[in-house]
Design a protein around this ligand. Structure first.
Ligand code: SF4
Ligand code: SF4
Length: 608
């Protein structure tokens, strides 16, 4: 229920608006795992909690599956609960997510899943609306930050009304866009009463699951029939019967603006569906029947399009008129709409953007770690993982990247492949947060099965890539309240690992010796998995003090280019006109690793 007794307007990012909506809905438990573009939802919840003194418990969970389970448990306990993640996180949470749809909920349960069409910072461009369909869970698709807040409130109400989890699916352009958003007074903490034992519902065996599946189907049929959000709403004056545009979510704003701003498109009807699954199929069909042609423009899969029964007059992804991959940016949507409407496209000169290769930060501890790995394992296959350190590809130290935690499982399989050279080693790399997230079961498996590889856990004491969220190694929670630190060494040893050493990646010689010992243990002595933890904080982490030393390149430099090619430090530049190397003092982080590895010992501390 949206309350209007405390009008207040703020300029909010979409994710902040969702966080506000969670608080306004009286939700008291929220759990998330960070991932672009969803991370700010929980971060904003911490701020709203403090600003409004709202009694909500927030946590960064160890992974998305656990985040969903924490929220689900709270819902069964009777309170409103939310889980937040990016779309590939829903893959991790899919097992409990699908099962929860059958079992149902008690306190309203909203799962915020942020999609990344493009993809800008993800492994896939999957459409979570499709996942919701697969799981038989209703999904709301906001098009703006203001809608994101309003739909968050609606999602809780829908969830409690039909006793199902509800998915809220903002796309990146909603998550990170900013808009003036009207705020309301949070409703008091919602509580539907204590958990009542009923194993036929909450611990249902397959026989009861069949019954629950039937009940879920009935709920979806009711939602499709009864909920206004499931039906298309006309966004403009329209009144034509030639062409209808049907859309949802972030792309609906583009479509509406394009039609409103081009005189040639006047009279075209623009419809928007807030709840794309389960959409009201009869209402969609009616639009199709009443128009000569219907164009469906939606991000990223043909979810609405597939729910139209008779598609003979429908144009969209299935007809090939809308590309099947890539983000629907405004200029592309405009081109599609004009083409389908038989109008000449507007010619615009595309800005020339010089692409810049992403690179690890200057001073990043992963750089020297990768460099030393490459020195010790010249023939290795490197199974990599998800994080800043995926950029080890620039240094030839990441050969594969599948999904969170896969580096270890894949190393187990890869180490059993018959390498032709007979000498090739497998080296897996994983960050600390990713190790806690999904690496532990894979390491247990590798130890148990006597897999042969070296695992380097790159511990920078933070979840760096998503903005610096804490890991379970910290003794505080998302809002700063006390937590219990989970010690990584004890965890690794608990997985059954015998070889475990800690290395400082800034110390070239020390790390080299440790990696050589690990190599002997795993490969020469055939003793199984050897684990090396490289430990140095992320240079971007709060309170990390960088060394004040700065360096310069002396005359001994013979332009071997190793610092550019092998070390790949962004602080190094080749000054072509003067045929010399230079270190940019503004970029240099003072780590001093280059001094240790320059073959000509040409790099010295300034003033030395
Ligand atoms: S943010 Fe931290 S971990 Fe990521 S590249 Fe920069 S220094 Fe390395
Ligand atoms: S590694 Fe040393 S010798 Fe080689 S280009 Fe860089 S500064 Fe010069």
């Amino acid at each position: 229920m949206t309350q209007q007794n405390n009008p207040d307007v703020r300029f909010l990012m979409g994710n902040e608006a969702i966080g506000r909506g969670i608080v306004e809905a009286g939700c008291t438990v929220a759990a998330a795992y960070p991932g672009t573009p969803s991370s700010e939802v929980l971060e904003s919840l911490v701020r709203w909690k403090k600003e409004l003194n709202h009694p909500i418990y927030v946590e960064w969970s160890v992974n998305e599956k656990v985040a969903f389970e924490v929220a689900y448990g709270a819902s069964l306990g009777g309170v409103r609960a939310a889980a937040a993640m990016k779309m590939v996180g829903l893959n991790v949470a899919s097992d409990p997510f699908l099962s929860a749809a059958y079992l149902g909920i008690r306190g309203g349960l909203v799962v915020v899943v942020a999609d990344d069409p493009g993809p800008h910072s993800s492994q896939t461009e999957q459409d979570s609306r499709f996942f919701a369909w697969f799981a038989k869970v209703p999904v709301l698709d906001p098009g703006t930050p203001a809608e994101a807040l309003e739909m968050t409130l609606r999602a809780f109400e829908l969830s409690e009304k039909y006793q199902v989890p509800v998915l809220l699916r903002p796309c990146l352009r909603v998550c990170h866009a900013r808009q003036n958003v009207s705020l309301n007074t949070p409703r008091p903490a919602a509580y539907v009463g204590p958990f009542k034992k009923d194993w036929t519902r909450w611990a249902a065996i397959p026989k009861y699951r069949l019954k629950l599946h039937g009940e879920l189907n009935e709920k979806l049929a009711r939602i499709e029939r009864e909920e206004p959000a499931a039906s298309p709403v006309l966004l403009n004056e329209g009144a034509g019967n030639s062409i209808a545009l049907v859309t949802s979510g972030s792309v609906s704003s583009h479509v509406r603006d394009i039609v409103a701003s081009d005189e040639r498109l006047q009279g075209i009807d623009v419809y928007k569906v807030d709840l794309p699954f389960p959409a009201n199929r009869d209402a969609l069909q009616k639009i199709v029947d009443e128009h000569e042609r219907t164009l469906v423009v939606e991000e990223t899969y043909p979810v609405l399009e597939l729910q139209i029964k008779d598609r003979r007059k429908v144009t969209g992804r299935l007809s090939g008129d809308v590309p099947s991959q890539g983000e629907l940016l405004p200029e592309l949507v405009e081109e599609i709409v004009l083409r389908v409407c038989g109008k000449e496209p507007v010619l615009r000169e595309a800005p020339v953007v010089k692409p810049r290769r992403p690179s690890l930060c200057p001073g990043c501890p992963h750089r020297p770690a990768f460099y030393t790995m490459r020195q010790v394992f010249d023939q290795a296959v490197y199974t990599g993982d998800i994080g800043c350190y995926t950029l080890g590809i620039n240094m030839g130290a990441v050969d594969t990247c599948l999904c969170m935690g896969a580096s270890i499982g894949m190393a187990g399989g890869m180490s059993r492949a018959p390498f032709t050279e007979g000498q090739t080693r497998v080296v897996a790399t994983i960050g600390d947060s990713t190790f806690y997230h999904a690496g532990v079961p894979a390491l247990v498996n590798a130890v148990h099965t006597r897999a042969r590889f070296v695992l380097v856990i790159m511990d920078n004491n933070i979840t760096a890539m998503t903005g610096g969220q804490p890991t379970p190694a910290q003794d505080f929670l998302a809002d700063g309240s006390p937590g219990v630190a989970v010690d990584m060494e004890r965890l690794v040893r608990g997985c059954g690992v015998d070889f475990l050493e800690i290395a400082d990646p800034y110390d070239a010689e020390g790390m080299k010796q440790i990696l050589e010992k690990a190599r002997s243990y795993a490969f020469d002595d055939d003793k199984g998995v050897a684990v090396v933890i490289t430990r140095r904080p992320c240079v971007r982490a709060p309170k990390v003090e960088l060394p004040s030393d700065r360096f310069e390149i002396g005359e001994a430099c013979d332009l071997c280019m190793s610092c550019l090619r092998d070390l790949e430090c962004p602080a190094f530049h080749y000054v072509k006109s003067e045929k010399r190397m230079e270190i940019d003092a503004d970029l240099c982080a003072g780590c001093g690793f280059c001094v240790q590895v320059c073959p000509s010992q040409a790099i010295k501390a300034k003033g030395a």
